[in-house]
Design a protein around this ligand. Structure first.
Ligand code: MTE
Length: 321
């Protein structure tokens, strides 16, 4: 198999050799039927050539919708640190070194600590969760993520009574992330959640997708995934998680405050931007990458309302967008 190696020695897929989705799903159904161990199953789930990341499927929170092809999940990205066009991250993110890597978790916690990535990978059982992923630009995907609830990490550092919000930072290093030489955003990329949102079981600390470790362009070695919010809340390549008393000011709020609110819950009825959020285009469906696929109706909270609506009881979602 032909492979491209980046400077860190990671292998990247060559597009023609990525497992077609049908084959992937067929293998998956076959292996699930045999009831193999989680490790064996995850090995079979692999769609690309990166290191496998064994995980236990979590059907309770997974959608049964068809996952977006691996080639689209890893080839159509937003990661401005590597350029602003959709194909830039896959092309340029090889300059990111994901080992050694550590994450500082500090602020309003009783046990502040720097975690090595090796320890984070073992902190809680790895699960596979198939989530809808909705970008504020109007496209969506279905991604089989690997990770565990962020709450497991937050509990380990024991938040104090003053902790009301969680702020997370992407790596700041223009030598590895050349896009940081352009002032398109205030670097590092900062995002945040209210503490109860961060502790919600659906909020995922993701280390992989499609059965293997995250490709650099998807936010290796770890990123946030909050399935009921627009994708930009999911900060990539995280190096610091800070528990704070005041609502963080995020990179996007700083850049375009009228368009990007702190909450940014998926909401078809609220479009602070110049375009409507009522519908979405599912990437990879139909021909020509979904360009001519019928638009789907966007659901409130991206379809996760049953699980998360209670977090926002009594709030005016038009004002607190
Ligand atoms: N994180 C960082 N550090 N930099 C970014 O530019 N883009 C965000 C989010 N996380 C971004 C980021 C946006 S706009 C989206 S839609 C998602 O990542 C895209 O994730 P994906 O490329 O894995 O689909």
């Amino acid at each position: 198999m032909t492979q491209r190696h980046d400077r860190a020695g990671f292998e990247h897929p060559v597009p023609s050799e990525i497992t077609p989705r049908k084959l992937h799903l067929g293998r998956r159904a076959f292996v699930l039927g045999l009831g193999l161990s989680a490790a064996a199953r995850a090995a079979e789930l692999r769609a690309g050539p990166l290191a496998p990341l064994p995980a236990q499927p979590d059907p309770g929170v997974s959608t049964t919708e068809t996952p977006t092809p691996y080639a689209d999940v890893t080839g159509y990205n937003n990661f401005y640190e590597f350029g602003t066009s959709k194909s830039d991250p896959a092309r340029n993110a090889g300059s990111l070194h994901t080992r050694p890597w550590s994450v500082l978790v500090d602020g309003e916690v009783r046990r502040p600590r720097r975690f090595a990535i090796e320890d984070l990978l073992k902190l809680a059982p790895m699960q596979e969760r198939i989530y809808r992923h909705r970008c504020v630009e109007g496209w969506s995907m279905v991604i089989p993520w690997l990770g565990y609830s962020l709450s497991a990490l937050l509990r380990a550092v024991e938040p104090t009574g003053n902790a009301k919000y969680v702020e997370y930072h992407t790596l700041l290093d223009p030598a590895q992330m050349p896009g940081q030489n352009d002032p398109v955003l205030a670097w590092p990329y900062v995002e945040g959640l209210r503490l109860d949102e961060a502790m919600h079981p659906l909020t995922l600390l993701a280390f992989g997708l499609y059965g293997e470790v995250l490709p650099n362009q998807n936010g290796a070695p770890l990123r946030m995934v909050i399935p009921w919010k627009y994708g930009f809340k999911g900060g990539k390549s995280i190096v610091r998680i800070r528990l704070v008393e005041r609502q963080p000011v995020t990179s996007w709020m700083r850049a375009v405050p009228n368009w990007y609110g702190f909450y940014s819950n998926v909401n078809p009825a609220v479009s602070p931007q110049n375009w409507s959020q009522a519908t979405e285009r599912r990437i990879g469906q139909g021909r020509f990458g979904g360009l001519f696929a019928p638009r789907l109706k966007t659901q409130l909270f991206n379809g996760y309302g049953e699980q998360v609506a209670a977090l926002y009881r009594g709030m005016d979602l038009t004002r607190d967008f």
